[in-house]
Write a protein that binds this ligand. Structure first.
Ligand code: SAM
Length: 294
């Protein structure tokens, strides 16, 4: 199978009179070795069902099609309709690649993947536009349990934040969400030289493996994420201050009940501590009258 070189990428863009859109984060992969490396890092195997978000002109799509073979399937979701004729040309000899035009931020994934798609039955592999990477990963982790393994190439700093364990300096609210849903790790760094046009920064691949059950108990995942967003919304402030918008005057008391010093900052809290805070903010109703029936 022929993968796209820099000459191929430039030639296809020129032949279709296309200029890459900055607004859509169009930096096209133009290096067969990197395309195959990303597929290898993702652990894609023959027969897999793979969702690719933002296939562009197909640089990664062809490598994915090669890896899943005729018994697998690639579902490629691209927003930019101008790219579709090029993509169709590049994958024309790949009957197991299905291209759909749509917006990954708003598409109905149940319909896209099939209402009957079993949990963890899909893999997602994508080179994501930097401006949608974080909200898109949040949406996929929260709402699409059919995707079990997700491997995404993003700006290196974004990759480090996505994979940072809560309680470490690089973490943010998204890191709390990621840690709740998945095990994540940065598995490779990719230089700007392998893209057309070249971005200004390094990229990195993050691999997420969805957990079969959350590692902490909380009354509601939404409550946990709301607290984390508030905490990191003002990350330089102490939690006593940053949690006030959601906990009001109870902030200090809730922190004490969770065993967290009130001068702690959000980036110092581990996932277990975020969970303790969530439970303290929303204690379960007592199961019976005080003193209870004996
Ligand atoms: N996968 C290709 C590659 O590796 O060469 C292209 C990667 S490029 C960084 C990002 C791609 O995502 C572009 O093709 C862009 O048009 C597409 N894209 C941007 N926003 C999108 C969205 N909301 N939904 C689906 N695709 C989107």
């Amino acid at each position: 199978m022929r993968l796209l070189s820099p000459t191929d990428v430039r030639g296809l863009l020129a032949a279709h009179d296309l200029r890459p859109s900055r607004a859509l984060g169009q930096n096209f992969l133009a290096d067969p070795n990197t395309a195959r490396r990303i597929v290898r890092l993702a652990g894609v195997a023959p027969g897999d069902h793979v969702l690719e978000i933002g296939p562009g002109i197909g640089s990664l799509t062809v490598a994915l099609a090669e890896a899943v073979g005729p018994t697998g399937e690639i579902l490629a979701l691209e927003l930019d309709r101008h790219l579709l004729p090029v993509l169709a040309e590049v994958v024309s000899d790949q009957p197991h690649v299905r291209v759909v035009q749509g917006d990954a931020m708003s598409v109905d994934y149940r319909t896209l993947l099939g209402a009957g798609a079993a949990a963890l039955s899909w893999t997602m592999v994508s080179n994501l536009p930097y401006n949608v990477a974080t909200p898109l990963m949040a949406r996929l982790l929260d709402e699409v349990p059919a995707i079990g393994v997700l491997s995404v190439m993003v700006q290196k700093e974004v990759a480090e934040r996505l994979a940072a364990p809560p309680g470490t300096p690089a973490c943010g609210a998204i890191s709390v969400k990621v840690a709740y849903h998945a095990k994540a790790a940065v598995v490779g760094v990719v230089p700007p030289t392998v893209f057309v046009p070249r971005p200004k920064v390094d990229s990195a691949v993050v691999r997420f493996e969805r957990r079969s059950s959350p590692p902490v108990e909380v009354p509601s995942a939404d409550a946990l994420f709301t607290l984390a967003r508030a905490g990191f919304g003002q990350r330089r402030k102490t939690l006593r201050q940053s949690l006030r918008p959601v906990l009001g005057p109870r902030a200090e008391e809730v922190l004490a009940a969770a065993g967290i010093p009130s001068l702690t900052r959000a980036e110092a809290l581990t996932l277990d501590q975020w969970a303790a805070l969530t439970r303290a903010a929303d204690p379960p109703a007592p199961s019976g009258p005080a003193g209870g029936a004996s």
